[in-house]
Design a protein around this ligand. Structure first.
Ligand SMILES: Nc1ncnc2c1ncn2[C@@H]1O[C@H](COP(=O)(O)OP(=O)(O)OP(=O)(O)O)[C@@H](O)[C@H]1O
Length: 330
């Protein structure tokens, strides 16, 4: 087997970041594109050193006319490597990026659960990370959005989502596929500049590379990496503060019903932590992700006069100041 710089890099990354350990069962999400082919080839080559059990999961969104052929192509590759192959096909064509992504993650989780995999591994690269950072930055976000794709995160209670290629650029995965003659399935929708993501990839990044920094992808990915560690730390501190600030909490048949927060505890904390506590609380009690506006309204109550209250949040929950406390009630 030829051992390249990428093999060495990914081997080091898996070890130093504790992405997965010996003998784990990894379900590798393979679209057939260059990134996920590079990923599966690297993992296959490293497999004898680590002893993983590898499987390939493919999702046919029925988005493009060639999607069934794409799925067959990935299946043939899996067979040629002697790896288990799992396919989910959408019951109807999914024609928005968001719908396709959402369905894809559910499909991959279902495959992993049915076949006893603890890890779902995707081929997101440093280039995806840079694009996600720019995409989120343009739409407006905090440090959380700028950490743009994490190495490892729980996707269900028992399954972790792992992205081992976050330090490797798309150029590198392309060169790797050429070097090993991997037959890449080109996704025609990647070229379509009606999608903002693709415009960032096709127009904005090349512009930044040509005019500002030829290594802008790696630079942005590094920014995301630094922010990720800071976000992790702030979230931990906010969690502790939240526990300290909750005076009283009532659950009704497993559902959250009533919460009282100590304003004196919260007032002493910096604004950045106040906002994070409020976001964690809203995440806990709303079914949807809280908006910036929701978080600000609730944070304002920390210093607002007695009896001030918010408009109802989705689900009808209202927050109101009662002396030294904020009451959230249904
Ligand atoms: N049809 C598919 N079947 C299996 N895995 C897929 C498929 N499409 C994408 N993936 C996995 O997701 C990774 C990222 O793909 P891509 O960048 O096209 O998706 P995305 O919509 O931007 O995803 P995300 O929301 O996760 O960033 C791929 O490297 C691959 O591991």
């Amino acid at each position: 087997m030829v051992w390249t710089v990428l093999h060495a890099k990914i081997h080091r990354t898996i070890r130093s970041r504790h992405l997965f350990d010996h003998d784990h069962r990894l379900l590798v999400a393979v679209s057939g594109g260059q990134d996920s082919l590079c990923l599966i080839k690297l993992l296959l080559d490293l497999q004898p050193k680590w002893g993983w059990y590898l499987g390939i999961g493919h999702c046919d969104h029925r988005w493009r006319s060639d999607s069934a052929a794409n799925a067959r192509h990935v299946q043939q590759l899996a067979e040629s490597w002697g790896i288990s192959f799992y396919l989910e096909t959408a019951t109807q064509p999914l024609n928005s990026e968001a719908a396709a992504r959402n369905w894809r993650y559910h499909a991959l989780i279902a495959m992993a659960q049915a076949n006893n995999y603890q890890y779902i591994v995707t081929g997101h690269t440093a280039s995806d990370r840079a694009e996600t950072l720019l995409y989120n930055l343009i739409r407006g976000t905090g440090a959380d959005g700028l950490q743009a794709l994490t190495w490892k995160r729980p996707i269900t209670r028992d399954i972790l989502l792992i992205r081992p290629l976050l330090e490797i650029t798309r150029q590198q995965t392309g060169e790797f596929c050429q070097e090993f003659d991997l037959s890449v399935w080109e996704d025609s929708t990647n070229q379509d500049i009606k999608y903002a993501r693709n415009r960032i990839r096709q127009e904005l990044i090349p512009y930044l590379q040509a005019n500002f920094n030829p290594k802008v992808e790696s630079a942005l990915a590094q920014t995301a990496e630094l922010l990720q560690a800071e976000v992790e730390y702030l979230e931990q501190v906010a969690h502790q503060l939240k526990q300290e600030a909750i005076n009283w909490e009532l659950e009704n048949e497993g559902n959250w019903a009533n919460l009282r927060l100590n304003r004196r505890v919260l007032k002493k904390a910096p604004l950045a932590l106040q906002r994070r506590v409020m976001r964690q609380i809203l995440q806990q009690i709303l079914n949807d992700a809280p908006t910036f506006d929701h978080i600000e309204k609730l944070t304002d109550l920390i210093t607002a006069p007695n009896r001030s209250q918010t408009d109802p949040f989705p689900g009808g929950i209202i927050a109101q100041v009662h002396g030294d406390e904020i009451w959230l009630t249904n």
